[in-house]
Design a protein around this ligand. Structure first.
Ligand code: CA
Length: 233
């Protein structure tokens, strides 16, 4: 099941929650104040955090904010203060969900179950996406294998430098779409263009020399005058 961090200063509520979660098969870690919660988190993160709003030492809002800075872990706030709910689940604090006190254990368990189900679906989805992303791409005579970072032209493997490969892969994933040198710098090199577009020109030239039949008359990576480059559909 899941590892769940429960942060609640009220001892009887804390142990009732722990008892019920453990009965469902979850591993439960308990904290009684905000500082302890962060210390426990630092030692070993959890899959879900149940976090009381009013806590000694460091309140739930601050704990939530700090967890958010380092993690996308689902956080459910436990709160008696309905006037705080908008803030709690808003961008500023960033909890995923809340239950208002007093709540039944059944309600809390249902919330946790829903979160874990969503997480499972998301992971499945991510798995599917990365399978699609690593599938070979065929463009004209080229076969690009993202997972192995290899490129073939017919049976012959073409040796590319890392950035040449990234540039080719980006163009090949969006056939027919024109990218300006600035856009390519941002996507492939990951920084703002600022006069660095010569780098793109150099890499495009080198790619053409390696991939095209006639590099001065390219048919795979086309130049769109005054705009940029595109991979032929
Ligand atoms: Ca409290």
């Amino acid at each position: 099941m899941a590892r769940i961090l429960v942060v609640e200063d009220e001892a009887s509520l804390r142990s009732t929650i722990a008892y019920n979660l453990r009965r469902e098969g979850h591993e439960v870690v308990l904290a009684e104040d905000g500082e302890q919660a962060l210390a426990l988190w630092a030692r070993s993160p959890a899959d879900v955090v149940l976090l009381d709003l009013m806590l000694p030492r460091l309140d739930g809002l601050e704990v939530c904010r700090r967890l958010r800075q380092q993690s996308g872990v689902p956080i459910v706030m436990l709160t008696a203060r309905t006037d705080e709910i908008d803030r709690v689940v808003g961008l500023e604090v960033g909890a995923d969900d809340y239950v208002t006190k007093p709540f039944s254990m059944r309600e809390l368990l249902a919330r946790v179950k829903a979160i874990l189900r969503r997480r499972a679906l998301l992971q499945e989805e991510l798995g599917r996406q990365s399978a699609t992303e690593s599938a070979p791409i065929l463009r004209g005579p080229l076969r690009i294998e993202p997972a192995r970072r290899r490129v073939f032209r017919g049976d012959r493997e073409i040796a590319l430098k890392p950035k040449e490969f990234d540039l080719l892969l980006h163009l090949a994933r969006h056939p027919g779409q024109v990218f300006s040198p600035e856009q390519l710098i941002e996507v492939v090199w990951g920084y703002d263009a600022l006069g660095e577009t010569g780098t793109v020109r150099v890499h495009i030239r080198s790619l053409r020399e390696k991939l095209e039949d006639d590099p001065s008359n390219p048919t795979l990576i086309e130049t769109v005058r005054g705009v940029g480059y595109r991979m032929a559909d």
